[in-house]
Write a protein that binds this ligand. Structure first.
Ligand SMILES: *Cc1c(COP(=O)(O)O)cnc(C)c1O
Length: 387
């Protein structure tokens, strides 16, 4: 072997005696084959096997297996973002003529997907008000193929009666899916309640550091898994191994981070509700309409809740936001840094509610010292309440 060849043929070394707690990051586009026969028959390898980097490396298989175990599913797939994960579910089961029924409180880009991409393909959609449980029946059409839930709902945090909806859908032969990003499978296990697709944005708590986008979908049925993998193959949805290795690292601390952020967020939500003339939206509060079902179905709370501002405060909101020293203004959530995002939801809601026209602050509690967060919020609310 001459030098030029040597530069591209890595030497083979012994790994004997080597062991590490870290999951190796395997990168690959090309997968190589031992012999002509294994190349010729590569198409016969199953969905867990390796044939091209697009379909995953062992690093991805570790993440898939870990999510599968946490969700209590049969198999998980990993996608390049949470939104891609939702799109893959929809595209894997909806055909022209089908109807998809969405929670009105679903992550807003989901309605964008339906309106701009699926509707022109002949797939119809409509929304239902969250929190209606088995009352969802009246929103079904003979064409409804999929019900898409999110609990708590985006920004307004309504809890859905997932078991009731899943039971009704099963009786009707309708598939169900849920965006479980708020709870993660540590705090709520949708598949155990009969939901067909459990989706989460790994971008949030599993990634945990505001620097990665990724999503996952977990199922209990091999045919549904195959449908997802077909969509991923045909649309070329690939997730980079380096990002996956960072999510694997994030998951190692997720349980501890969630307990901390959830406890502090619960305390802050109660304190804000007690001390200020605002509506606090969080299923943790005993006064919240979703509290009972949340206690029944969930194992805890994560660090995200919302605050509806009185109209009279809105003119001072920008000054108050600019005064924040610990909280940062930003969307996304689930990272180490606490965030505040002022949201307007009017164009995402059909069901009338006075708060639809108000500014809603979405607060994500991170890992700072809680009293620093309290001091920051005290300053913030003092500015808002100025006469
Ligand atoms: C962030 C988020 C998503 C989308 O995840 P991306 O990785 O940002 O595409 C979907 N659903 C919910 C509830 C989210 O918070």
């Amino acid at each position: 072997m001459r030098d030029m060849t040597r530069t591209v043929h890595h030497p083979i070394i012994s790994e004997e005696g080597y062991a590490s707690l870290a999951v190796p990051t395997h990168r690959a586009s090309t997968i190589v084959f031992e012999d002509a026969q294994s190349y010729a028959t590569r198409g016969a390898r199953d969905l867990d096997g390796y044939s091209y980097g697009m379909h995953g490396t062992p690093t991805q298989r570790v993440l898939e297996a870990q999510i599968t175990a946490l969700e209590g599913g049969l198999k998980a797939v990993v996608l390049p973002s949470g939104q891609a994960a939702i799109a893959a579910v929809f595209l894997s089961v909806l055909k022209p003529g089908d109807h998809v029924l969405l929670a009105e409180t679903a992550y807003p880009p989901v309605t964008g997907l339906c309106r701009n991409f699926l509707a022109p393909l002949g797939i119809t959609w409509s929304t239902y008000p969250p929190g209606i449980g088995a009352g969802i029946e009246t929103y079904l059409t003979p064409q409804t193929r999929l019900i898409w839930m999110e609990s708590p709902g985006s920004t307004t945090m309504e809890i859905e009666d997932v078991p009731a909806i899943a039971r009704l859908a099963q009786e009707r032969g309708i598939l169900t899916g849920i965006d479980n990003t708020w709870a993660t499978p540590l705090l709520f296990k949708p598949l155990a309640h009969g939901v067909d697709f459990s989706m989460q944005a790994l971008t949030k708590y599993p990634g945990g550091h505001s620097d990665i986008l990724m999503g996952s979908v977990t199922v209990t049925d091999e045919a549904l898994r195959k449908g997802l993998r077909d969509v991923m193959r045909m649309l070329g949805f690939h997730t980079a191994p380096d990002a996956i290795s960072l999510v694997l690292r994030g998951i190692e601390t997720m349980a501890v981070r969630l307990v901390h952020s959830g406890r502090i967020a619960g305390e802050l939500a109660q304190e804000i509700s007690d001390r200020h003339p605002v509506e606090v939206l969080s299923p943790v509060l005993p006064s919240d309409p979703g509290h009972e079902i949340w206690v029944r179905d969930f194992l805890g709370a994560s660090g995200l809740f919302s605050v509806v501002l009185p109209e009279a405060w809105e003119s001072r909101l920008d000054i108050a936001l600019d005064s924040l020293e610990i909280f940062t203004i930003g969307a996304s959530w689930g990272g180490t840094r606490s965030l505040i995002a002022p949201m307007r939801i009017a164009d995402q809601r059909i069901t009338p509610n006075p708060r639809n026209d108000r500014v809603i602050l979405r607060i994500s509690v991170g890992l700072e010292e809680p009293d620093d967060l309290r001091d920051d919020l005290d300053r913030f609310f003092a500015i808002l309440a100025q006469k």
